[in-house]
Design a protein around this ligand. Structure first.
Ligand SMILES: NC(=O)C1=CN([C@@H]2O[C@H](COP(=O)(O)OP(=O)(O)OC[C@H]3O[C@@H](n4cnc5c(N)ncnc54)[C@H](OP(=O)(O)O)[C@@H]3O)[C@@H](O)[C@H]2O)C=CC1
Ligand SMILES: O=C1CO[C@H](CO)[C@@H](O)[C@@H]1O
Length: 277
C-alpha cells in the first residue's frame, strides 16, 4: 500500500501517515517501532518528553532500512525554552536518536505564560541553517502564538501539530494553516479511542467494510491532515496502516466533521504551563 506524502513549505516531503510513540514504554518501543516499520510505516513521531528517542533510533538501525527512508520527528521538551537550552536540546535529541540530522523538530508547547517561545525558535532556526534538522515546526500553537512567531522570527514553521479528531475539528487553526502554508498534524487522531463508538462513525464503518479507526484516519487523510496513530498492538498497527485502499464520500467527511464539540482530551495550549524543572 502506498502512503501519500505532503510537501511542506520548504519542499521537504513527509509521509501523511506515521506512527506515534507517546506512552510506549522505552522497553516496548523497539518492538512496536519494528512492527510499524515491517508494516510499511516510514514516519515516526517521538519527543524528548516521551523518554523513548533512543529506542526509536535503535529500531530504525535494526530494521536494515536506509535511515534516510524513515522520516523522524522529535520535539523540544518544556524545560528547554531559552536559546542555549534549546540548542543543546536539539543536539541531545540527535545524540539519543543516533543521527547527524533530524527530519523535523518541533517546539512541543508554546508555554506562553511562563516562557518566550521566540527565543527557542531562534535556536531551532539556527539548527535548521546549520543542517542539523531538515525542517522545523511547532506544536500546540494557537492563532495568536502563530501570529507572534511569524511577526518576530524569520523561518516559517512547516507544521503545527495540534490535538485534532472528530470531537475537536479545529476549523480556525486548519484555516490558518491553509492560508499560511503551514501543514496540520493531528495528534490523538482517534482521541485515544474515544471516538470509535460514535454511531455516525460506526455506521460509516459498517457501510464501507472498514473499522471505525480506519474510517477516522481516512477522514483525516481526506482533510489533508498528517496523522500518526499510536498502538502497541500489532493487529492495530497493521489495521491503522490500511487506509489508502478506500475512500469516504464528501457526505461522510462532512458528517464526521459535524461531530465537533470542541472537546479536548489533552491540555489547553493557552493554560498549559508545565515545565519539569
Ligand atoms: N504534540 C503533542 O502535544 C502530542 C502529540 N501526540 C502524538 O500523537 C500520537 C498519537 O496520539 P495518542 O495520544 O497516542 O492517541 P491516538 O489517538 O493515536 O490513540 C492511541 C490509543 O488508541 C488505541 N488504538 C490505536 N489504534 C486502535 C485501533 N485501530 N482500534 C482501537 N484502538 C486503537 C491505542 O491502544 P493500544 O496501544 O493499546 O493498541 C491507544 O490506547 C502520539 O503517539 C504522539 O506521537 C500525542 C499527544 C500530544
Ligand atoms: O505530547 C504529549 C503527549 O500527551 C501529553 C498529555 O496529553 C501532552 O502533554 C504531551 O504534549
Amino acid at each position: 500500500m502506498s502512503v501519500a506524502t505532503i510537501t511542506l513549505n520548504n519542499g521537504v516531503e513527509i509521509p501523511q501517515l506515521g506512527f506515534g510513540v507517546f506512552q510506549i514504554k522505552p522497553q516496548d518501543t523497539v518492538q512496536a517501532v519494528t512492527t510499524a516499520l515491517e508494516t510499511g510505516y516510514r514516519h515516526i513521531d517521538t519527543a524528548e518528553m516521551y523518554g523513548n528517542e533512543r529506542e526509536v533510533g535503535e529500531a530504525i538501525r535494526k530494521s536494515g532500512l536506509d535511515p534516510a527512508e524513515v522520516f523522524v520527528t522529535s520535539k523540544l521538551n518544556n524545560g528547554f525554552q531559552t536559546y542555549d537550552d534549546a540548542a543543546r536540546a536539539l543536539d541531545g535529541t540527535l545524540d539519543a536518536l543516533g543521527v547527524e540530522r533530524l527530519d523535523l523538530f518541533l517546539i512541543h508547547w508554546p508555554l506562553a505564560t511562563v516562557r518566550d517561545f521566540t527565543e527557542a525558535w531562534k535556536a531551532l532556526e539556527q539548527g535548521y541553517r546549520d543542517g542539523k534538522v531538515r525542517a522545523i515546526g511547532v506544536s500546540n500553537f494557537q492563532v495568536h502564538h502563530l501570529n507572534r512567531l511569524l511577526a518576530e522570527t524569520t523561518v516559517k514553521p512547516v507544521v503545527n501539530q495540534i490535538e485534532l479528531h472528530p470531537y475537536l475539528t479545529q476549523p480556525q487553526l486548519r484555516a490558518y494553516g491553509a492560508d499560511h502554508d503551514i501543514a496540520i498534524e493531528a495528534w490523538s487522531p482517534i482521541a485515544q479511542g474515544g471516538v470509535l463508538e460514535d454511531p455516525t462513525i460506526t455506521a460509516i464503518a459498517e457501510r464501507v467494510g472498514k473499522s471505525p479507526a480506519q474510517v477516522v484516519l481516512r477522514w483525516h487523510v481526506q482533510l489533508g491532515n498528517i496523522v500518526f496513530p499510536k498502538s502497541v498492538t500489532p493487529e492495530r498497527i497493521r489495521e491503522n496502516f490500511e487506509i489508502f485502499d478506500f475512500e469516504l464520500t464528501d457526505a461522510d467527511v462532512t458528517s464526521i466533521s459535524a461531530l465537533n464539540k470542541d472537546e479536548r482530551t489533552g491540555p489547553d495550549p493557552d493554560t498549559f504551563a508545565y515545565v519539569p524543572r
